[in-house]
Ligand binder design. Structure first.
Ligand SMILES: O=C(O)C1=C[C@@H](OP(=O)(O)O)[C@@H](O)[C@H](O)C1
Ligand SMILES: C=C(OP(=O)(O)O)C(=O)O
Length: 407
């Protein structure tokens, strides 16, 4: 799919795309308690992979209810699609509860490293055939305690939290700084919402038995998937309101992008789950993205107008694409000057070109290129990659006045 974008002002009101991270957590939550869904399961590819996995494990979906299984069957072959979140949560469930499983993914996910799984398998005396998919994993399970080494992803820890919640008790000792820590907090908040009892103190995540509770929920909006619309609106001088975002927590996470834009001069504020963005004079920005790595793709496009410096970028190499290279390639094509030193990337505005970009199997590359293209004009090839997280991405832009031609 080729998407041709003409310069156009992005302005108006949309509902936020559904949070992929929260939707995946809600679905895995049905392993622990019955869940009543107030709306249909979001249709992005990663959420579908999570849905298929929980059904494979024994969750029963009837009408608007997800019914927890009497027992979880992990001796299966799972397909995680392009979702590393799903693949790593599954692998940690197998390590925690025991099982003989195969986890596979699509061509993009097969290229991504699962080094952390090798380390965790060693610690838990489990057998694993390698650090890339398809992975064959055999584990006898773990009792109630694990010390975590340095890992490339927080997603393994999320999976361990679900596993211990299912077992009824467990302690996860965090020996070193956990990357993407905001996602651990997101998991803890969600599991406590569905009736579990999890606390984090003194570098330990203590998981206690989940109370039997019928939990009812809708699927809240995603801050970073929304932020591409916000950035294109402020780059093109628009006023945009994005509805149905979840209540922002006080730790640094995806939701902090509202404040980050406000801190550089944008009229950016949250009003009861509605994000209001109005273009004002922009200032330079510097952000450490290690706790919320996906934010890099949302902030980089501002580098066509102001200087953007992003620290804590090393792990961007192992996402759907090498995002350090992707950011450099895309921003240089649009005319900015990019330099990379150690764990930091710097983007300086220069001229603004129309550019032709390939999605490179990375949904956020297409989204970052699009957010600039409404200012400069642009073409995005293989643009169907947005289906990983936001299949209605191009429809929403058309609703906001975007001039788009899809071929
Ligand atoms: O737990 C999650 O939902 C996610 C965690 C992050 O990955 P890492 O923990 O590997 O950084 C993030 O990049 C991903 O998009 C979603
Ligand atoms: C990296 C991402 O997701 P995952 O790690 O689940 O593939 C993403 O959504 O940008």
């Amino acid at each position: 799919m080729k998407v041709i974008i003409l310069p156009s002002k992005i302005s108006g009101e949309i509902d936020a795309p559904k949070s992929k991270s929260i939707a995946i957590r809600i679905l895995f939550g049905s392993l622990l308690n019955n869940i009543t869904l107030r709306e249909e399961v979001p249709g992005s590819n990663d959420v579908k992979a999570a849905y298929n996995s929980i059904i494979e494990m024994g969750v029963y979906h009837e009408g608007n209810k997800l019914k927890k299984p009497y027992s979880i069957n992990l001796n299966k072959k799972f397909f995680a699609g392009g979702s590393a979140t799903v693949a790593r949560i599954l692998s940690s469930l197998i390590l925690t509860l025991g099982g003989n499983a195969i986890i596979d993914g699509d061509e993009t996910l097969r290229k991504r490293p699962f080094d952390g799984l090798i380390k965790l398998a060693k610690i838990t005396n489990s057998e694993v055939n390698g650090n890339s998919l398809p992975i064959k994993l055999s584990s006898k399970g773990i009792k109630d305690y694990i010390e975590i080494p340095e890992l490339e992803s927080s997603q393994y820890i999320t999976g361990l939290m679900y596993g211990f919640a299912y077992k009824g008790y467990g302690v996860i000792k965090l020996k070193s700084r956990v990357p993407s820590f905001s996602y651990i907090m997101l998991t803890m908040d969600l599991l406590n919402d569905i009736g579990c009892k999890i606390k984090y103190e003194d570098n330990e995540i203590v998981v206690e038995k989940c109370l039997k509770k019928d939990y009812e929920t809708s699927f809240p909006g995603d801050y970073l998937l929304s932020s591409f619309y916000a950035v294109s609106s402020l780059l093109t001088g628009g006023l945009t309101i994005i509805h149905n975002l979840y209540k922002a927590s006080n730790y640094f996470g995806d939701h902090k992008i509202v404040d980050i834009l406000s801190d550089i001069g944008v009229k950016s504020k949250l009003d009861n789950g509605n994000w209001i963005i109005k273009s004002e004079n922009l200032e330079n920005l510097r952000v450490n993205v290690d706790d919320s790595p996906d934010m890099a793709m949302s902030l980089a496009p501002l580098g066509v107008k102001v200087e953007v410096t992003l620290d804590g970028i090393n792990r961007l190499k192992i996402k759907e694409s090498d995002r350090i290279k992707s950011i450099k390639d895309v921003m240089e094509k649009f005319g900015s000057i990019v330099s990379i030193k150690d764990n930091t990337i710097n983007i300086k505005p220069n001229k603004i070109n129309k550019a032709e970009i390939d999605c490179n199997n990375d949904h956020r590359v297409a989204m970052m290129a699009a957010s600039i293209s409404f200012l400069s004009g642009g073409i995005i090839n293989n643009a169907e990659c947005i289906g990983k997280s936001d299949p209605k991405h191009w429809d929403r832009y058309e609703k906001l006045g975007g001039k788009i031609k899809v071929e």
